[in-house]
Design a protein around this ligand. Structure first.
Ligand SMILES: Nc1ncnc2c1ncn2[C@@H]1O[C@H](COP(=O)(O)OP(=O)(O)OP(=O)(O)O)[C@@H](O)[C@H]1O
Length: 370
C-alpha cells in the first residue's frame, strides 16, 4: 500500500518526499562517483559566473551579443526554436488560441526527468488543468522577470488582435512593455496603470468588465465552454485572448476601496475563463491581510519563489524541503495539487538586468518596425 504524507492542503505520496530528501542529501556528483549515471541533472542555477543559464528562446547566431562566441556561454533554452522562427510561424500558420505558456524547467525526479514547465491558464482539454496563476516571492526573487518571460512568449506567439494584456504594475517594473500594441484593447484604450489612485483602479476595472460584458452580449446563445474560443477563431471570429495581470497585489492592502474593486474584478475575471479572459497575480505576501483569501483559494496554480517558512506553509501546507535561494528558483503547485521544483527562464540572455532590458527593448522595437 502506498504511504501518504499529509501536508496541510495536500497529501503527498511518501516516495515523492523521500526522493526530494535523497536528492538533497546525495548529490549527482557523488552518485556518478559511485557508478550511478542516471541521476537527473540539477536545475540550471543562476550565479555570478553564469547569470543567465536558462532562457526562453534558442539564441540564434544573430541574437547573440557580438562579444560572445557560440561556445563561450552554455545557455539552455526552453524553446528549441529561435524567436525569429516563432515569429515566422505566427505569420505563416493559422494559430489557435492557447494559454499554455512555457515558463522554464520543472523537475520530475520520480521519472528522473526535467521537463518544460508549461503554465496553462486556459486548460483547453481539461477544465481542471487550467486556471488563474499566483506567483508569490520575496523581493528580488524573480516575480517581475517571470511576468516578462510570459509576456515575451505571448507577444511573440500572437498578434495584437489575438491577444490583449491589461496590466496593473504598481512599481513600473514592466514599463518597457507598455508601448506594445498588445497593451491596447479593441477600442484602442491603453490597458495599463500603476494603480496609484482609486480612480485609476476603477477605470481599469471598468475596461475589463466592459470587455467581459461585450463577450457575453456578442454570443448570447452560445454556451461558452473551454472549446468555444478555439471554435470561434476557426470560424473567423478572432476574439482576442485577454490576460489580466495584477502585479505586487500587497501594495493595495492599505487601500480599502481599491482592494474591494480588485477583489470583485478578480472574481469576474476568474469566472470569465471560458470566454478567453485570464488572470495572473503576483505578491510578496501570502497573509490574508495582504492577499484576500478569496483570490488565494481560487488560484489553482501557485508558484512560490524564495519564501520564508511561514509563507511556504500558507501557500503549500507543510513541506519537508526548501528550494535553493536563487532568483527564479521555486516550487509550483499544479491544479492536481502536485508540488515540483522549478527554474524560471529569463526572457533573453544578458549578463545583468540592464543588458537584458536593453535587448528586450531592441527586440520589441524590431517587431514594431517589422
Ligand atoms: N529566472 C531567473 N534567472 C536568472 N536571474 C533572474 C531570474 N529571475 C530574476 N533574476 C534576477 O534577479 C533579480 C530580481 O529579479 P526580479 O526583479 O524579477 O525580482 P522581483 O521578485 O520582481 O523583485 P521585486 O519584488 O524587488 O520587484 C534581477 O537582477 C533579475 O535579473
Amino acid at each position: 500500500m502506498m504511504s501518504l504524507l499529509h501536508s496541510g492542503h495536500s497529501t503527498r505520496p511518501l516516495f515523492e518526499v523521500a526522493i526530494e530528501q535523497i536528492r538533497a542529501a546525495y548529490s549527482q556528483e557523488t552518485a556518478r562517483q559511485e557508478g550511478i549515471h542516471y541521476w537527473p541533472d540539477p536545475l540550471p542555477t543562476p550565479s555570478h559566473l553564469l547569470p543567465d543559464p536558462l532562457i526562453l528562446f534558442h539564441p540564434g547566431e544573430f541574437d547573440r551579443p557580438a562579444t560572445e562566441s557560440v561556445h563561450q556561454h552554455p545557455y539552455l533554452a526552453v524553446i528549441p526554436m529561435t524567436r525569429r522562427e516563432v515569429l515566422e510561424r505566427r505569420n505563416r500558420e493559422n494559430i489557435k488560441p492557447s494559454m499554455q505558456i512555457p515558463l522554464g524547467l520543472i523537475d520530475n525526479p520520480e521519472h528522473q526527468k526535467q521537463e518544460t514547465l508549461l503554465v496553462d491558464l486556459h486548460g483547453a482539454k481539461d477544465e481542471q488543468a487550467g486556471g488563474p496563476l499566483l506567483i508569490v516571492g520575496a523581493q528580488q526573487s524573480g516575480k517581475a522577470t517571470a511576468l516578462q518571460t510570459m509576456i515575451f512568449w505571448l507577444v511573440s506567439r500572437f498578434f495584437p488582435e489575438q491577444l490583449h494584456c491589461a496590466i496593473i504594475d504598481p512599481f513600473s517594473e514592466l514599463n518597457h512593455l507598455q508601448a506594445l500594441s498588445h497593451m491596447y484593447n479593441r477600442q484602442y484604450e491603453h490597458c495599463w496603470t500603476t494603480g496609484s489612485s482609486d480612480e485609476q483602479i476603477n477605470r481599469f476595472a471598468k475596461l475589463i468588465n466592459t470587455e467581459i460584458q461585450q463577450r457575453r452580449d456578442a454570443f448570447p446563445a452560445q454556451r461558452w465552454n473551454t472549446q468555444t474560443l478555439s471554435q470561434l477563431w476557426t470560424q473567423g471570429h478572432t476574439i482576442p485572448q485577454l490576460l489580466i495581470i495584477i502585479s505586487n497585489f500587497q501594495t493595495f492592502s492599505d487601500r480599502h476601496s481599491a482592494t474591494i474593486v480588485l477583489k470583485r474584478l478578480t472574481q469576474s475575471v476568474i469566472e470569465a475563463r471560458a470566454m478567453g479572459v485570464y488572470l495572473i497575480v503576483t505578491t510578496t505576501e501570502t497573509n490574508t491581510r495582504y492577499l484576500p483569501a478569496e483570490i488565494m483559494n481560487k488560484c489553482s496554480t501557485r508558484i512560490g519563489l524564495r519564501l520564508n517558512e511561514q509563507q511556504r506553509h500558507e501557500l503549500f501546507g507543510r513541506i519537508p524541503f526548501v528550494p535553493e535561494p536563487v532568483p527564479g528558483r521555486g516550487l509550483i503547485q499544479t491544479p492536481d495539487r502536485k508540488l515540483h521544483h522549478i527554474q524560471i527562464a529569463l526572457p533573453l540572455a544578458g549578463k545583468d538586468e540592464n543588458v537584458r532590458e536593453h535587448h528586450l527593448k531592441t527586440e520589441l522595437i524590431d517587431d514594431f518596425h517589422a
